[in-house]
Design a protein around this ligand. Sequence first.
Ligand code: ZN
Length: 215
Amino acid sequence: MAKSRHGRRELHSYTIRGMYTMNRTVRAGDAVFMRAPETEKDPYVAIIQKIEADNRNNVNVHVRWYYRPEETKRGRQRFHGIRELMLSDHYDVQSAETIERKVTVHTFKDYTELKFISPTDLYWRFEYNAKTGACKPGRVEVFCKCRMPYNPDHYFMLQCDKCNEWFHPRCVGMSNGEANKLDTYVCENCESGKRVRKRPSQRSASQVGPKRQKT
Ligand code: ZN
């Protein structure tokens, strides 16, 4: 084990105290919920960089914070899913005692492919600069008449059989139930013969669109 100048020892793991008996060992690279000082707030989410004990055996964790969209300068947008986080450039040191439990922060692509989503499944698709409030990537693929990035919480979308563009039923004046009954769908643009703006051709891992079919 590495020893540093101030009598601190680096630890390979830390065992979470508290009510969760399963999966209590955390290591560098694990994502965790950490108790927020205000008890009514959702727990903070961080990725552990390093675990250290001082000479009195107090254990501290070096963390990199994930921000919830509402904690960012722009605030929560309509396309942000309820389990969405942003990977910030904000590093910190916290007492290991504030760790509540281990969670999984998926990439956006992996999250959209999950079959089952548990309360500890979260995801990120943007990096966040805590000083400037800038997000990376600055542009992502958008869908529908509303020109919004994909929100995995609103995964039920209609696909136009002509241009293959995806639409939120509500944005084209339908309920999900009505949309579900359709065998085919042709969007307004294709019906009126208007040319549709082509989607951006480059796609990166963080620019993944809806996967699910319309029925
Ligand atoms: Zn829409």
